[in-house]
Design a binder for this molecule. Structure first.
Ligand code: COS
Length: 391
């Protein structure tokens, strides 16, 4: 047995990507993270730096002008950004989420046209599945797309759309799921849903006010209104009636990136807790010398590493398109986000009163971590998806 190629380690290339992103994040993302949160403003410095380094949408294949990062490399990029600023990590994460339907099911024309524009930095890509009355029950969507000659006409409201808006850094492109056959029986309804690319400059597209959120305050979330939006039929992604399947297959891949965010924010909180435990003196010694504190920190480190390994294993399934990806994507997202919530909460505990103030980043990390248990499917939905695969 050879010793020079560990079976269970990152490749040289993956390690190089991780250290390049880490360096960039320390210099150009971390310094602005607190202000971005405090002022609920777009992380423009991060957006520019990520774009310059080609980390804004690293998953776009080289053939469409992208960096061609595989699923694991994309996870590493997102994990490292989330370690210092969760809101900024949504830039590559949402660009992958929004464009994945095109990659999975789009025509060659759509891929060339839109992935190239995403990769070049011309515009970001958002994903529009949820609606005011269709969250976990995504099939219940009311947005309609009606065929009219060579066009489709879309009407409806999409809610909780990450990075939606008219701003310079907000998304130019939107994958919109809409019912093309709304009269099917409830059990058949998924087959009446289709996916489309909508551009924000299309007539009839407008946006709601930015939501006031608990965390990820630097990442805008808005409603998207579609009022008689007429788009060419060629902007349908895949065949009519396949939109729901495409939406679900997309989430199988991108739940892995939410797991990456969760691992990153948890690691960021542990790093802060470790630094504090080493420095903070009480009862004549560093609090990290107390066994109670060591046990807490040990549990944090252990759980983060378990979440990381599951996330990387899920990334491998995503890259290879393996049949058990639905299980791995849901399991990684659910496990890592529960770990992130626990670890960030414990990090606040380690810092005590200081941890509860905005003078230290752990309270922000705790608020930011919460969303990973909710978006791209609540953890209750992940458990449902997992349970179905166990049969
Ligand atoms: N891959 C491919 N196809 C899938 C799929 C997947 N992972 N999951 C479901 N489908 C298909 C099913 O095979 C089924 O097709 P047929 O009708 O041809 O058999 C169709 O999609 C409907 O699936 P299902 O019957 O499972 O639909 P349900 O209404 O029971 O809902 C859940 C399934 C709950 C899993 C789905 O609605 C869901 O994931 N909800 C959460 C949505 C979400 O994550 N929202 C977050 C917004 S994105 S930020």
């Amino acid at each position: 047995m050879s010793n020079d190629l560990p079976l269970f380690a990152l490749s040289e290339e993956h390690r190089a990507i991780r250290s390049a992103v880490r360096e960039l994040c320390e210099a150009k993302v971390a310094p602005y993270a607190a202000a971005v949160d405090e002022e609920s403003r777009y992380p423009e410095e991060a957006a520019r730096a990520l774009q310059q380094a080609d980390f804004h949408a690293p998953h776009v294949p080289e053939e469409y002008g992208g960096a061609g990062a595989d699923a694991l490399a994309t996870v590493l990029v997102i994990e490292e950004i989330a370690r210092v600023c969760m809101a900024s990590s949504l830039i590559p994460a949402v660009n992958k989420l929004g464009s994945m339907p095109v990659l999975i099911a789009g025509s060659e024309d759509l891929k060339r046209h839109y992935l190239g524009r995403l990769a070049s930095g011309e515009g970001g890509f958002s994903y529009c599945l949820s609606e005011p009355d269709a969250g976990s029950d995504a099939v219940a969507m009311r947005t309609r797309a009606v065929r009219d000659g060579d066009s489709y006409v879309l009407n409806g409201v999409k809610r909780w759309i990450t990075n939606a808006g008219p701003g310079e850094f907000e998304s130019e492109f939107y994958t919109v799921m809409a019912a093309t056959d709304p009269d099917l029986e409830p059990r058949e309804r998924a087959r009446g849903i289709s996916a489309f690319v909508v551009e924000r400059t299309d007539d009839g597209v407008t946006f709601g006010a930015a939501e006031k959120k608990l965390g990820i305050k630097g990442s805008p979330t808005r409603e998207v209104y579609l009022d008689d939006v007429r788009i060419p039929a060629g902007r349908m992604i895949g065949e009519e009636g396949t939109g729901f399947e495409t939406a679900m297959r997309t989430l199988d891949h991108t739940r892995v990136t939410i797991a990456a965010q969760a691992v990153g924010v948890a690691q960021g909180a542990l790093d802060q807790a470790l630094g504090y435990a080493r420095e903070r003196q009480q009862f004549g010694r560093a609090i990290g010398d107390f066994q109670g504190m060591q046990f807490l920190l040990a549990d944090m480190g252990m759980r983060i590493e378990a979440a990381r390994q599951l996330t990387y294993a899920a990334a491998g399934r995503s890259e290879r398109g393996e049949a058990d990806l639905a299980f791995f994507g849901a399991a990684a997202k659910c496990f890592a986000s529960d770990v992130a919530m626990e670890v960030t909460t414990n990090a606040v505990q380690v810092l005590g009163g200081y941890g509860y103030t905005r003078d230290y980043p752990v309270e922000r990390m705790m608020r930011d971590a919460k969303i990973t248990q909710i978006y791209e499917g609540t953890n209750e939905i992940q458990r449902l998806v997992i349970a179905r695969t166990l049969r």
